[in-house]
Design a protein around this ligand. Structure first.
Ligand SMILES: CN1c2c(nc(N)[nH]c2=O)NC[C@@H]1CNc1ccc(C(=O)N[C@@H](CCC(=O)N[C@@H](CCC(=O)N[C@@H](CCC(=O)O)C(=O)O)C(=O)O)C(=O)O)cc1
Ligand SMILES: N[C@@H](CCS)C(=O)O
Ligand SMILES: [Zn+2]
Length: 769
């Protein structure tokens, strides 16, 4: 049986790439040292897969920052503003690449970064290609060819991975003029041909072409272009064996298109599209090989061999074993590296898990078992069955009280006492805030010191009291500084949190967490998603201590700061034995309890962050309503227990709102703060058109860049916001939390932001007079 892996985690088993990248950016190591780290990671990844006996190992799945940005550089899709860097002889292609990802503000240059957005419905972010009318392309980076050659030298004949032409175009954003992005196909095609030519002449037999858009709704023109592309490539390279990789969902109405393409292998995601197998087996022509993506690349649960083998058996019975490959559902980019390194997980839970390294063993084992007539008597099969049986009956997982509480939720539990129109004046009277109230989104810089205190505390080098005292000092400093600069609603700064989801996961029951289960979120930034293995509940307050402490230091309002149920769900590894909606409701009840405890402690403004609500939207539109119904309801359950006077905020970033605005409104938060500056306030369009009734804080500056915005820039954005939203509804705040920033730029930016609010208030007084 042939096996393949669609992609392997590239951050390194100990996040070596993250550390090396950050050192390179800080000028602490040379390019050669960074490249050596990268080479070592690639070598190790290939070796791990080879040792597991994977038949087709990917190359070009490594990336210094992001695979879509790699592809933009390969194709020469470099926005014009980077032209001065291209002609600067002191800068390498790698420097240009990092400048595109992160912006370039030094040596007299001030060039903004390219936009970043969510990779489908994952928590991974890619760099959005920018397209211009009539844009031309040129082969600029040969990374894909070089990495193929590098593996070949090591004796491994890989399958290079590239992004399909239509998916690449659809991932991008049209800039300046509005035009049909498919009009660029003719200009782009020659570069694809050139890349494939170079790869095949180096000996590449297989190329994996990723076309994830095939699991989304496509227009007729998009479908035709996909067909045209593959037919064209196959006519030019008749000996090339194309593996067409689709993932993150079912092919659905694109099935006949996909199975009819002139390709060698069609890869399908059987984790997300288990029910689609029959249709594909029916429709696929007999010569087509099917790669079954049976091992989940997006979760950490051990594969259920019994269930997987039933599907594999069905496929083999229909097509014969020569036509069936075994694979991961998608790239393992979304999985942590290696379970073996986890020494603190309970043995009971650990036996249910598999990280990337274990997942490739599963691919290999499944391939072997699928052709073994005596599989039931093998050690690997027996061990797998035993682990799953243990899980099914484990006392760790089920909690009757939680299930009963979920069943008893009433409509009233999901509704505030009075509508917003009644709540708003009560809140204004209670909070006495000025026009254009200023606030921040929650986190302040997580400095190296703060992270080191936590690391030392975890290693036992600081006592709990010492750690708490240091965090108290940091919080007190932040409160004092916010008071000094004149912010209206203060935050405690989130210094005690390692991450806005992991922190909650560490304290809630039904969750466990890992020591080293890092997954890349963007560039060098990683997250360690907690693991939800059982029914969730709150056994003790989660945040009350820090919010109350901060509130005790000031007469101004301090916002309580919580992560919402949908975001906790979305950014965790979620149990797969009950529907996600049920787990989400359990989390909502836990957060509701916390909201009520904060209110009891006289916290009058409480923010429940839901940045992931948009990202959780199913890829197919037909499934949107059902998701939005339970997701919005979960938020409402978490927020609705409070008095009318208590002001509930929510926050969202990286989100387009146009198509879900009525559901955002249905969340009924009193104030929503959103990331808005990079779209130059265009995101407000949806709120204006919908006549969104509640209050809004459109972000007035981009927090992802160290660049300090000028007062003029921010003022310009607020003036634009006023065009969309009446100023009585407007708040002034940055785009998102400031945890990734340094204090130096944070101070300058926020002082400027507060100044502008003061100016605007003066202006509005003059207007009234
Ligand atoms: C808002 N975003 C978030 C997303 N998902 C989340 N789960 N959380 C988010 O905040 N998705 C969408 C966006 C993505 N944005 C970000 C932004 C920033 C990060 C980030 O900064 N990640 C950190 C890791 C954060 C963390 O967990 N830190 C821990 C451990 C820190 C650590 O590495 N310690 C060192 C020792 C410390 C030292 O000596 O310096 C170690 O263990 O080796 C902590 O603070 O305790 C990152 O560094 O990548 C992610 C997503
Ligand atoms: N409260 C969080 C939200 C990030 S989306 C923060 O400020 O970091
Ligand atoms: Zn945010």
């Amino acid at each position: 049986m042939q096996t393949q892996v669609l992609g392997y985690p590239r951050i390194g088993s100990q996040r070596e790439l993250k550390k090396a990248n950050e050192q390179y950016w800080a000028g602490k190591i040379k390019k050669e040292e960074l490249e050596l780290v990268a080479e070592t990671i690639r070598y190790q990844n290939w070796q791990i897969q080879k040792n597991e006996g994977i038949s087709l190992i990917p190359s070009n799945d490594f990336s210094f920052y992001d695979q879509v940005l790699d592809w933009s550089l390969t194709l020469g899709a470099i926005p014009k503003r980077y032209q001065p860097l291209r002609t600067n002889e002191g800068l390498s292609l790698l420097d240009l690449y990092f400048a595109m990802a992160r912006g370039y503000q030094k040596d007299g240059y001030d060039i903004t970064a390219m936009e970043m957005t969510k990779w489908f419905d994952t928590n991974y972010h890619y760099i959005v290609p920018e397209f211009y009318k009539g844009q031309t392309f040129e082969l600029t980076s040969l990374k894909v060819v070089e990495e193929y050659k590098e593996a070949k030298k090591l004796g491994i004949k890989t399958k290079p991975v590239i992004l399909g032409l239509v998916s690449y175009l659809l991932l991008g954003k049209v800039k300046e003029d509005s035009f049909n992005v498919l009009s660029l196909v003719d200009n782009l095609l020659p570069i694809y041909i050139e890349v494939i030519k170079q790869l095949t002449s180096e000996g590449a037999e297989y190329i994996q072409i990723d076309e994830p858009f095939l699991v989304l709704d496509l227009t007729v023109e998009q479908k035709q272009t996909i067909e045209f592309f593959y037919k064209h490539i196959q006519s030019l390279f008749p000996n090339l064996k194309i593996i067409l990789a689709t993932y993150f969902g079912e092919l659905g109405d694109n099935t006949s298109l996909a199975v009819g393409l002139p390709i060698e292998v069609l890869h399908i995601d059987l984790v997300r599209g288990e029910n689609a197998l029959e249709k594909i087996l029916d429709e696929a022509p007999s010569y087509l090989k099917l790669s079954l993506g049976i091992v989940d690349g997006r979760n950490i649960w051990k594969n259920d061999y019994q269930k997987s083998l039933a599907l594999i058996d069905q496929a083999i019975a229909t097509r014969g074993k020569e036509k069936i490959w075994i694979s991961t559902s998608c790239s393992l980019l979304h999985s942590p590296f290696d379970l073996d390194g986890e020494t603190k997980l309970s043995d009971e839970i650990k036996q249910w898990l598999a990280f990337a390294k274990q997942k490739i063993s599963e691919v290999s084992e499944l391939a072997k078992l699928s052709v073994n007539v005596d599989r039931e008597n093998t050690v690997s099969y027996q061990a797998n069955i035993k682990a799953h049986n243990n899980k099914r009956v484990s006392k760790l997982i089920h909690n009757e009280a939680v299930k009963q509480r979920v069943n008893k939720i009433t409509e009233a539990d999901a509704n505030r006492l009075a509508p917003f129109a009644v709540r708003q004046p009560l809140q204004h009277a209670a909070l006495e805030l000025p026009l254009f109230p200023t606030t921040t989104i929650g986190s302040f810089p997580q400095t190296t010191e703060v992270r080191q205190w936590r690391a030392k505390f975890k290693k036992g080098e600081l006592t709990a009291q010492e750690y708490e005292d240091l965090l108290k000092e940091e919080t007190a400093r932040a409160i004092k500084w916010q008071e000094e600069i004149g912010l209206d609603v203060l935050v405690h700064g989130e210094f005690e949190r390692n991450d806005m989801v992991e922190y909650f996961g560490e304290q809630l029951e039904g969750f466990t967490f890992t020591q080293n289960g890092w997954v890349q979120s963007y560039g060098s930034r990683c997250v360690k998603p907690p693991v939800i293995y059982g029914d969730v509940y709150r056994s003790q307050p989660l945040t009350v201590f820090w919010s109350s402490y901060a509130q005790s230091l000031t007469d101004k309002q301090v916002k309580g700061m919580l992560t919402g149920p949908v975001t906790i769900l979305q950014w965790s590894f979620v149990r797969n034995d009950i529907p996600r909606s049920e787990t989400c409701t359990q989390i909502a009840l836990a957060i509701r309890d916390e909201v009520l405890d904060l209110e009891k402690e006289n916290i009058q403004v409480i923010q429940i962050d839901e940045p992931a609500i948009r990202e959780g939207l199913p890829l197919r539109k037909v499934e949107w309503d059902s998701y939005l119904d339970w997701a919005v309801r979960a938020f409402r359950i978490s927020a609705s227990g409070v008095k009318n006077e208590t002001q509930i905020h929510t926050h969202m970033c990286y989100s387009e709102f146009n198509d879900i605005i009525e559901h955002i409104a249905a969340m009924d938060a009193d104030v929503i703060t959103i990331e808005c500056s990079r779209s130059q306030m265009e995101l407000l369009d949806a709120f204006a058109e919908f006549k969104y009734p509640n209050e809004i804080g459109p972000g007035v500056y981009d927090i992802h860049s160290p660049r300090v915005p000028t007062e003029e820039e921010m003022l310009h954005l607020i003036k634009k916001a006023e065009y969309y939203i009446p100023n009585k509804q407007l708040w002034i705040n940055p785009d998102c939390g400031l945890k990734t920033r340094h204090w130096e730029e944070t101070e300058k930016a926020l002082i400027a932001m507060v100044n502008i609010a003061k100016e605007l208030r003066k202006e509005s007084l003059i207007e009234v007079v």
